[in-house]
Design a protein around this ligand. Structure first.
Ligand code: LMR
Length: 400
């Protein structure tokens, strides 16, 4: 039956993990997928998550189906975390929200809703570059994918002028996807002043903003700072769409906990959007898994666990920031050709190194170091024991 099925390419990000696993060298390092590792290179289960596991276990809860839109205590707390308790759409009960299969699921539901109901053109503008999965998610949902300028190769910084020009040039009422913080893959974010300008442009052009927030707290170590763009846009009256993930900031990767929310005009509109979210979710996966949502809800609802969690998120962010300095210092000490300042200035899980695809291939073959071919490295994969080796390997690859 499948004689004509062509073999597809491996996933650009998760395929790197497959190659890494097949490598038997003790020196190997995986800087591909964005998954946090502790100072010993091991996956990290947050202590608050372990405590929440115990609380949930002791409660001896049943395993009944959740409602289609998920655990209500979870979605309420997730919305408060992103928008703030006093946010108008929450106070005025005009936020439609559903639990999702992490960030990817949130994006999938959001784009499916747009494809079905957005009154304007069905094109979504993504930054160039963007997270690799954004493109197939939008396409599979039936949206046309376009891109706006984001990265300036010369300055290894934000091409703010290009970004503004492209967003202005998009037909009125276009859907504009924005990374709320810790842009993936570049680690370069607009400043607060730049976000304000972007809000004006989006408003003038009557565009529809869709924020992807996969790293709240993880970018700067500060939940509020990382939510700045989303909260500012909401204050400015944008009726945005927001996808959230708890994979990174609570280390709940495999639990697949996320949410997607729609700021609506009023309560009545919210009820209609909500009814359609159910109609989208039900044939996809019926209703979401319960365990991860219980963990998040346990942490966010307990003032003590919440405070402990803030310290843990900051700890993860700070360890990454420390590795940025160490990597930078070592590359400079080794007289590595090129300018490496961006390693320290970039934000969040990733650094966009500027390494070329051939250099990436050489790193895998010669040094057992794995990263995506766009030169992105997951900073979280570096630690005191491997950062020197990594810097030496990069230095050799660059010197050729
Ligand atoms: C990444 O970009 O590495 C992460 O968001 C994980 C993924 O699913 O790609």
């Amino acid at each position: 039956a499948w004689a004509k099925v062509p073999a597809g390419p491996p996933d650009p990000i998760l395929g790197v993990t497959e190659k890494f696993k097949a490598d038997k060298s003790p020196k190997k390092i995986n800087l591909g997928v964005g998954a946090y590792r502790d100072g010993n290179g091991k996956p990290y289960v947050l202590p608050t998550v372990l405590k929440a596991e115990e609380i949930v276990f002791n409660a001896k809860l049943d395993k009944e189906y959740l409602p289609i839109t998920g655990l209500a205590s979870f979605t309420k707390l997730a919305a408060e975390l992103a928008y703030g308790k006093d946010s108008k759409p929450l106070v005025e009960d005009r936020l439609a929200i559903t639990q999702s299969i992490s960030g990817t699921g949130a994006l999938r539901i959001g784009t499916a809703f747009l494809a079905r109901f957005y009154p304007g053109a069905k094109a979504i503008y993504l930054p160039a570059p963007t997270w690799g999965n954004h493109i197939p998610i939008a396409k599979d949902s039936g949206l046309e994918v376009k891109q706006y300028k984001y990265f300036n190769k010369e300055t290894v910084g934000l091409d703010f002028e290009g970004m503004k020009a492209d967003i202005k040039a998009a037909p009125e009422g276009s859907i504009i996807m924005l990374h709320a913080c810790a842009h993936n893959p570049t680690g370069i974010d607009p400043t607060e002043a730049q976000w304000k300008e972007l809000s004006e442009i989006v408003k003038e052009k009557k565009h529809f903003p869709f924020f992807d927030m996969a790293y709240q707290g993880f970018a700067s170590g500060d939940i509020l700072k990382d939510a700045f763009a989303v909260r500012y846009f909401v204050e400015q009256g944008h009726q945005l769409l927001l996808s959230q993930s708890f994979a990174k900031n609570m280390g709940l990767y495999g639990e697949r906990v996320g949410a997607v929310s729609f700021v609506c005009a009023d309560k009545e509109e919210k009820a209609r959007v909500d009814s359609q979210l159910k109609i989208i979710v039900r044939p996809l996966y019926s209703n979401p898994p319960v365990h991860g949502a219980r963990l998040v809800s346990t942490i966010l609802s307990s003032p003590e666990l919440y405070d402990e969690w803030l310290v843990e998120v900051k700890g993860m962010a700070d360890r990454i920031i420390a590795m940025r300095s160490k990597l930078y210092d070592t590359l400079v000490r080794l007289d590595t050709p090129g300018e490496w300042g961006h390693i320290k200035s970039q934000i969040g899980m990733f650094s966009y190194t500027g390494l070329k695809p051939e250099q990436v291939d050489a790193l895998a073959e010669k040094a057992h170091v794995y990263l995506t071919r766009d030169g992105r490295i997951s900073m979280a994969g570096l630690n005191d024991s491997n950062v020197e080796y990594f810097a030496e390997s990069v230095s050799k690859a660059v010197k050729g």
